[in-house]
Write a protein that binds this ligand. Structure first.
Ligand code: AMP
Length: 403
């Protein structure tokens, strides 16, 4: 994607927040970024970062339309002047693209309607993403709007990796299959990992571990996602901040028989499981500190998280056949030597993964190689760049449709 130019406004609309980043695609630099939080609550908070300064504004903000007005107001008040910036595109993060979207897509009424039809697959995310699209299309009717889907990178999964062993009606009518998420992050990090180990993207086999509040693992073979830990929804797979990852599928029936409603079940698995369920906190840093101080719940949580990671690394090594690199990214992956070491513990003899403890301990920001020189598999820390990836993909789509 080299040679791209222009400035892209990246919008990431969540259910109660609106994040944005104005990115110069050529240099990769952010000209300004910010977030409106607590949309729909009594008082919301808008933060706008520009030129090394952070501007905050509190006040009522009933919906995403009002949030967008706050964002435009922040640009007016603190710069840069959006009227003076010729936007190449507005790039929207959209969580679920189903099986319909395998690439970033220029948004028109039909695309918007398709994203709406996908709401049953992502009831918590797609409605908010659509709100962001609608307000941005209203405000910037002449700027190309591009949807960049979290699921798109995983549309290369082979049928044996995306098919659940369930009946045909569920698979076909209800579209139940593995879709996978965090696609922009896995795409960017796997590409960077290939560059860092000196291989062409098409020749590199990489296991990417995106470990943030949400967490997922992906096996990438020659630039293509061939397996990934999140499934129909972002609940499957690794232990996360508030989500459990893998569970026994009998759980909903078991709990229903104990009188737990579907709403309660859904809420608990989205908001009250994972590290939060095990320790009361979804903040990995706090859990680590408590574990170091001897708290048994926190120790168990780290052990459960690390054990799950080891299982996925082993499984994906078997899926790939040969592993060139394991790449850690996102909040925990980029900043926690403890979790990285725990995840790779005991994999030297089996997989040839040999961590360099000093390099691991020193790697708390930026890109690093943290394996020993003799390690068969390179272990890397690669900060993710989801906003930049969305900006680049949006600029590429916009330039292709407007030569
Ligand atoms: P993200 O969703 O990518 O922003 O990641 C958020 C997660 O990263 C939270 O669980 C944080 O506690 C965790 N995190 C951030 N910095 C550190 C750190 N220095 N050590 C451990 N976890 C961290």
């Amino acid at each position: 994607m080299s040679g791209l130019t222009g400035v892209v406004l990246v919008i990431n609309a969540g259910s109660s927040s609106l994040k944005y980043d104005l990115i110069d695609v050529e240099s990769g630099a952010s000209r300004a970024s910010g977030i409106v939080e607590r949309i729909g609550e009594q008082s919301s908070l808008a933060k706008h970062a520009v030129g090394g300064e952070l501007h905050r504004q509190e006040g009522p903000c009933p919906d995403h339309g009002a949030a967008f007005e706050l964002v435009l107001g922040a640009f007016d008040a603190h710069g840069p002047d959006l009227a003076g910036v010729e936007l190449a595109a507005v790039g929207h993060r959209v969580v679920h693209g189903g099986a319909q979207f395998s690439a970033p897509t220029r948004i028109d009424d039909e695309v918007e309607a398709t994203i709406e039809r996908l709401i049953p697959l992502a009831p918590l995310h797609n409605p908010a993403n659509l709100e962001g699209i609608r307000v941005a299309r209203t405000h910037f009717p002449d700027v190309p709007q591009v949807a960049v889907f979290d699921t798109a990178f995983h549309q290369t999964l082979p049928p044996h990796a995306y098919t659940y062993a369930i009946n045909r009606v569920w698979r076909e009518e209800h579209r139940v299959r593995r879709y996978g998420f965090h696609g922009t992050s896995h795409a960017y990090v796997s590409r960077r990992a290939a560059e860092l180990v000196g291989r062409a993207v098409t020749q590199a086999n990489v296991i990417v571990l995106h470990l943030g509040n949400g967490a997922s693992a992906t096996a990438v073979a020659g630039g293509r996602s061939v397996d990934t830990s999140m499934g129909l929804s972002p609940l499957e797979g690794l232990v996360m901040g508030t989500r459990p990852g893998d569970l026994d599928p009998s759980l909903p029936a078991h709990l229903a028989r104990a009188g737990i409603s579907l709403e309660e079940y859904d809420r608990a698995l989205n908001k009250d499981s994972g590290l939060k369920g095990l320790t009361g906190s979804n903040d990995a840093r706090e859990v680590e500190e408590r574990a170091a101080a001897g708290d048994p719940d926190a120790r168990l949580a780290i052990d459960v998280m690390a054990h799950r990671l080891r299982k996925y690394i082993g499984a994906y090594a078997a899926v790939l056949g040969r592993v060139d690199a394991v790449a850690f990214t996102a909040g925990i992956g980029e900043h926690s030597p403890t979790v990285r070491a725990a995840a790779l513990d005991g994999l030297r003899d089996l997989l040839g993964i040999e961590l360099d403890p000093a390099a691991n301990a020193a790697a708390t920001s930026g890109e690093h190689r943290i394996s020993t020189p003799s390690s068969r598999v390179a272990v890397l820390v690669v900060p993710t760049a989801e906003e930049l990836e969305i900006a680049r993909e949006a600029a590429e789509v916009a330039s292709a449709s407007h030569p």
